[in-house]
Design a protein around this ligand. Structure first.
Ligand SMILES: [Zn+2]
Ligand SMILES: [Zn+2]
Length: 354
């Protein structure tokens, strides 16, 4: 047997909009087909600051208080609920955030992140760290559907399995193919992973539109840099670099109205625009989309892509290590959150270790 599981644990607890504390709470117990995992590391996601603030997604994420957020965690399985058979105590695993009800039409066709019973826990649906308790804690409970064996991958890198899997879903939605040209807007974690996955898919060139330390990191990972701060109009530069044609696929990871519009303007006739950020309301020319037969594709999370990225990370085809810029203990969550959300000290991916 493993080390005894304590009855209480440290956890980040949101107590109201923008208010949180680290405090002792009861260690959760795994239910049927769930695992209890001792969290080794958890990364701050771009969506976490908004969940902590509790304004942008009021009443949805979190659904109420007290609430423990966090979905990009990795750790060790320490106990199993009834009927859980996929894992064993001691297994090293990484999480994904969505677990569908399992029986609605979308779940049955593999699109469980679009579960028709979203948010209805009685049906078995979970969205860990969003509508269900998450992983900024010493222990977390998750369905065996929502964890993946990572082998020997270090936990700090394994926190990015969910992020990398989301990037793979974006690349797959865009039907990125060997020999094509791709442009990624926004070299945050998802953008840098889209870049790496596009290159792993055999694209001829992957342009990345960004600036400063994140763009420098993109170049280190193989991108052709388009520095919008220096150049002004990134679309003109992409057109120039592609002989006027534009790219086959543009992936917006910046999540701003301007970058979505630039993505549309940067693709060739018949191209694909992949929207991986929350850009809000954006004005786009439907005439342009129709006349040039552009596919505009939304991307939500990472259905059925985690196992593939785990292989690529373990093989070294995707590099997570260089993207991890900061590490904090859970007790310093406030400093970790500030470093991440204010992009202090060249932050890219900030990891918290309980
Ligand atoms: Zn995330
Ligand atoms: Zn469902």
């Amino acid at each position: 047997m493993m080390a005894a599981i304590p009855e209480t644990m440290n956890a980040l607890v949101l107590t109201g909009p923008g208010a949180f504390e680290i405090k002792q709470v009861a260690t959760p117990t795994p239910g049927p087909r769930e695992a209890l995992v001792r969290v080794g590391a958890i990364a701050i996601c771009g969506s976490d600051p908004a969940i902590v603030e509790g304004v942008k997604f009021k009443g949805l994420w979190p659904p109420g208080y007290p609430f423990t957020p966090g979905h990009e965690w990795a750790g060790t399985v320490v106990a199993l609920g009834d009927g859980a058979a996929r894992f064993h105590p001691g297994d090293r695993v990484a999480a994904e955030a969505h677990k569908g009800c399992g029986y609605c039409r979308n779940c049955m066709t593999g699109r469980y992140q679009l579960c028709e019973n979203y948010g209805n826990a009685a049906t078995g649906h979970r969205h860990y760290g969003f509508t269900s308790q998450g992983g900024y804690a010493e222990y977390v409970v998750a369905s065996e559907h929502a964890i993946h064996n990572v082998g020997d991958m270090p936990f700090d890198e394994a926190t990015n399995v969910d992020t990398a899997a989301t990037a793979l879903h974006a690349v797959q939605r865009g039907r990125v193919a060997v020999g094509e040209e791709v442009c990624v807007f926004g070299p945050g974690a998802v953008g840098l992973l889209c870049l790496q996955l596009a290159l792993a898919s055999g694209v001829a060139r992957c342009f990345v539109v960004g600036r400063r330390h994140r763009l420098k990191m993109a170049v280190e990972l193989g991108a052709v840099a388009v520095d919008y701060e220096q150049l002004g109009d990134p679309v003109a530069e992409i057109r120039r670099l592609t002989g006027g044609r534009g790219v086959d696929v543009a992936i917006d990871c910046a999540g701003k109205p301007a970058t979505v519009q630039q993505s549309l303007a940067a693709v060739c006739n018949g191209g694909r625009v992949v929207c991986a950020g929350f850009a809000g309301d954006v004005e786009l020319s439907l005439t342009d989309i129709v006349m040039r037969e552009i596919d505009v594709l939304g991307v939500r999370a990472d259905p059925n892509t985690a196992e593939e990225v785990i292989r690529l990370i373990n093989k070294g085809s995707i590099r997570i290590g260089p993207m991890i810029s900061h590490r904090f203990p859970l007790s310093d969550f406030g400093a970790a959150l500030e470093t991440f959300s204010k992009n202090l000290d060249n932050a890219i991916k900030v990891v918290v270790e309980p």
